[in-house]
Design a protein around this ligand. Structure first.
Ligand code: ADP
Ligand code: MG
Length: 238
């Protein structure tokens, strides 16, 4: 579960092609980081995978099935939004349970999943609070909890920590990496922050103007950047 393949995927907004033909394979259980400067197409690419935007041409496969025209809710993927997407009037428990309630899941199974998410995220003692009574890091964990309960084939994160202060960001980075170790589910993580990419990724995809400049492990990119763009962005100086 969680293998995602993009085959000659393109995306245009009107006349403007922001993603030229792009091929990429994300393996089961991998932690993949899309990194690149602002405007390079990271969010667009993630939204295409999530199904929140239609691709203009090409094919997306999820676990070998053609997902190109599958609506977002049926792709089995969970997008983690920034914590401000929580419902302020609902308890933590209700916020986390919300997607399952919408899906009319049996309450016993719903409770089991919510309790599991609370446990892996260390939120067990905070379940009756409202988001306004939590720290920024706890709120972000609630937002992640809402994805975990769906038991997705992959988690998609779009700069989830950009609203947090520097110290908390470092902390949350570690927490998300630990979560990946626990769940072993595919994660795609978008950031413009090289340090985040280098410390979290199994595989880094460096994007520049909608194109993939290089794909590799943090060490590969650091030691053998393919070009000056990658070298300037994360590689060692040559
Ligand atoms: P990033 O997340 O890397 O900062 P985006 O994926 O948001 O980049 O944007 C990539 C390019 O696509 C930018 O040039 C942006 O202006 C353009 N773009 C993104 N969304 C839209 C849209 N809905 N309509 C038109 N252009 C868009
Ligand atoms: Mg973006």
């Amino acid at each position: 579960m969680g293998r995602i393949t993009l085959d000659k995927v393109t995306k245009s907004f009107g006349e403007v092609q922001v993603i030229p033909p792009l091929d990429l394979t994300i393996d089961e259980g991998e932690f993949v980081v899309f990194v690149g400067p602002s405007g390079c197409g990271k969010s667009t690419l993630l939204r295409l995978i999530a199904g929140l935007e239609d691709i203009t041409s090409g094919q997306i496969r999820i676990d070998r099935q053609d997902a190109t025209h599958v609506p977002p809710a049926k792709r089995g993927l969970a997008m983690v939004f920034q914590s401000y997407a929580l419902y302020p009037h609902m308890s933590v428990r209700k916020n986390i349970a919300f997607p399952l309630k919408m899906a009319k899941m049996d309450p016993a199974e719903r409770d089991r999943r919510v309790d599991y998410a609370a446990k892996v995220l260390n939120l067990t003692d905070y379940m009756d609070r409202r988001p306004g009574q939590l720290s920024g890091g706890q709120r972000q964990r609630v937002a992640i909890g809402r994805a975990i309960v769906r038991e997705p084939a992959a988690f998609l994160f779009d700069e989830p920590l950009s609203n947090l202060d520097a110290a908390l960001r470092v902390n949350m980075r570690l927490e998300i990496s630990e979560l990946h170790n626990t769940l072993k589910t595919t994660m795609i993580y978008v950031t413009h922050d090289q340090v985040e990419a280098m410390t979290m990724a199994d595989k880094i995809v460096v994007l520049h103007a909608g194109r993939i400049e290089q794909v590799g492990s943090p060490l590969e990119l650091y030691h053998t950047p393919r070009n000056t763009f990658v070298a300037g962005f994360i590689g060692s100086p040559k």
